[in-house]
Design a protein around this ligand. Structure first.
Ligand SMILES: Nc1ncnc2c1ncn2[C@@H]1O[C@H](COP(=O)(O)OP(=O)(O)OP(=O)(O)O)[C@@H](O)[C@H]1O
Ligand SMILES: [Mg+2]
Length: 254
């Protein structure tokens, strides 16, 4: 049985259909990338999983349980969520921010603290140097590392990422992607990762779901994606610098 399953999931605001009967399955250990242009419905799809939005139709199950049948707050504590704007608590230190969910679910204080320090080291922040700082004393890239550590803190089985690295410089971004790949191997759960950066999608996704106007245009492995013939997949492939994409995937320049 798939770990995360979308069956004919729709979301509408009044008459306006934002997601139209989306279906896909995700196994443990997989990273599903949602790729699509701005406004295609990526964030909406992600927020239906942790019920920051409530679907209008269809079913979403995690490990066989309909998300609708679980208390939304309980559900969110079991799902790590990383967004571009960090969402850190400004008056809490780095260590306290990372230990937020472990604290909420009443881990013993020593365990919370140890977990926060281990995670800081894992995402490349020296615990002695950064543990007692406040978010405003960090750079954007450092805050984003705290955001990733916080999402992992309570050992969630599912991680949701919404363009987490979009605002970082390309070198830091690459570092964070590599760290994500490493951390994911230890973590073993499933991830859904939203991006509109094709290179990011190809390097971190085990599969890539292409969204276009609220519909699933196609579901590809990275290898399949490079040969994909669907319009949005091709539009994305055309953004690769000359010479990097497959020859058939680009429109001739005149
Ligand atoms: N509450 C709302 N009422 C009406 N329309 C909405 C609402 N929330 C989102 N939308 C619309 O739904 C569509 C999908 O939005 P969504 O935020 O999921 O896109 P996205 O793929 O994440 O885009 P981006 O890459 O820009 O973040 C957009 O056209 C947006 O304007
Ligand atoms: Mg979005």
């Amino acid at each position: 049985m798939a770990y995360l399953s979308f069956r004919e999931v729709s979301y509408a605001v009044g008459e306006r259909v934002i997601l139209d009967r989306l279906s896909f399955d995700l196994e443990r250990g997989e990273t599903l990338v949602l790729l699509g242009r701005s406004g295609s419905g990526k964030t909406t799809a992600l927020r239906l999983i942790n019920r920051m939005l409530e679907r209008s139709g269809g079913t979403i199950t995690i490990d066989g349980t309909d998300v609708q049948s679980v208390d939304a707050i309980q559900l969110r504590r079991r799902i790590g969520y990383v967004i571009q704007e960090f969402g850190l608590l400004p008056h809490w230190t780095v260590e306290q921010n990372i230990a937020l969910v472990p604290k909420l679910i009443a881990w013993p204080p020593d365990r919370q603290r140890q977990r926060a320090r281990d995670l800081m080291a894992q995402v490349g922040l020296d615990p002695d140097r950064f543990g007692h700082r406040f978010p405003h004393e960090l750079s954007g890239g450092q805050r984003q590392r705290v955001g990733v550590a916080r999402a992992l803190a309570a050992e969630p089985a599912l991680l949701l990422f919404d363009e987490p690295f979009g605002a970082l410089d390309p070198v830091t971004r690459h570092e964070m992607q590599q760290q994500f790949i490493q951390v994911r191997e230890q973590f073993g759960g499933a991830s859904v990762f939203v991006t509109h950066d094709l290179a990011e999608a190809l390097s971190i996704g085990s599969r890539i779901a292409v969204l276009e106007s609220g519909k699933l245009e196609g579901l590809f492995t990275p290898e399949q994606f490079l040969q994909a013939e669907t319009p949005t997949a091709r539009a994305f492939l055309n953004t690769l610098p000359q010479g990097l994409g497959p020859p058939g995937a680009r429109t001739p320049r005149t």
